[in-house]
Design a binder for this molecule. Sequence first.
Ligand SMILES: NC(=O)C1=CN([C@@H]2O[C@H](COP(=O)(O)OP(=O)(O)OC[C@H]3O[C@@H](n4cnc5c(N)ncnc54)[C@H](O)[C@@H]3O)[C@@H](O)[C@H]2O)C=CC1
Ligand SMILES: O=C([O-])C1=[NH+]CCC1
Length: 312
Amino acid sequence: MSFVKLISDDFVKNCLEWKTLVPVIEKSLVDISIKNKSTIQPARLFMDIPDKQGLFLAMPSYSENDHALACKLVTSFPQNKSIGIPSVLANILLFDPITGKIKAIVEANRITAWRTAAASAVATKCMHKGSKDILAILGAGTQAESHALALKEMFDFKEVRIWNRTRERAKILASKLPFECTLFESNEECVKDADVICTATYAKEPILQDTWVKEGAHINAIGAGQNHHSELSEALYRKSYLVVDHMESAEKELAGLTQMGIDIKGEIGNYLNSSKTVPEDVTCTIFHNLGIAIEDLVTANFIYNKFTKGQK
Ligand SMILES: NC(=O)C1=CN([C@@H]2O[C@H](COP(=O)(O)OP(=O)(O)OC[C@H]3O[C@@H](n4cnc5c(N)ncnc54)[C@H](O)[C@@H]3O)[C@@H](O)[C@H]2O)C=CC1
Ligand SMILES: O=C([O-])C1=[NH+]CCC1
């Protein structure tokens, strides 16, 4: 009799390091941009849970190269934080790609935090050729933490700044990070002269304005659920060069932007494999990090392989 393997967040924690995860995520972003059916990922399903302001998402994907079939089931309940539970809770189901039989359930809270930040690190390296002295993070939750860790590790920023709506949470985040951070009362002051900015909140109104952002800055836009473009102002989009992780997903999830006539220039995988390049004269660059299933698949598969090796 065979059992479904259960892999906990504690096991995941011991497997993940940025220097190994970032190349795995980079390869997955290139693979998904090659439209040849060996990597399959439909736009994900969103189900609203209106009375809880919650969301349920189903994110299936398949990779022939990785010999893996997976589906992440993830919820986003922003009110959870008030009762001490993470807002985003995820599990990844891994299936045998030959038979379709389930083989493991991987707890994926940490995977979600880390694969998203790894994708932002990959995009920052690819899209931003300027200096990397000042990093500004708007938000102080799980994603803010993983982004601070990943980007500091990858680029060794001289200064890491944090702004949050409530200063208390920014202080808690700063106390957890293994390096010094500067806390800001104002989001405008926080991003002034920043080379790279990450937005990782549930803000439904823009928390980043075009006039605050210095020329040449790079922005990773991570937050705000189904309405993914609410954190940045329309004017900022208009003056920036916008790239996404997955075009098919963006057509759905960023429809509000395209309806305003804002052009999505391409998928990050096209830039990573040099089939497209970011022009040198752009004012600012934005990577819209929607978060895609193939990133979850490759990370869960990587963890599963470590888990099963340990059992032999
Ligand atoms: N792109 C991706 O792959 C992923 C995106 N997300 C999104 O990232 C965002 C953050 O997620 P987590 O860090 O897990 O959540 P969290 O609950 O740990 O942190 C949320 C942060 O948003 C701030 N915030 C909440 N409402 C706000 C508002 N109206 N204005 C300004 N700040 C506000 C909170 O103070 C907190 O700092 C969410 O929008 C979530 O949907 C989450 C996981 C993956
Ligand atoms: O990609 C992802 O896992 C998520 N995006 C928004 C909430 C969870």
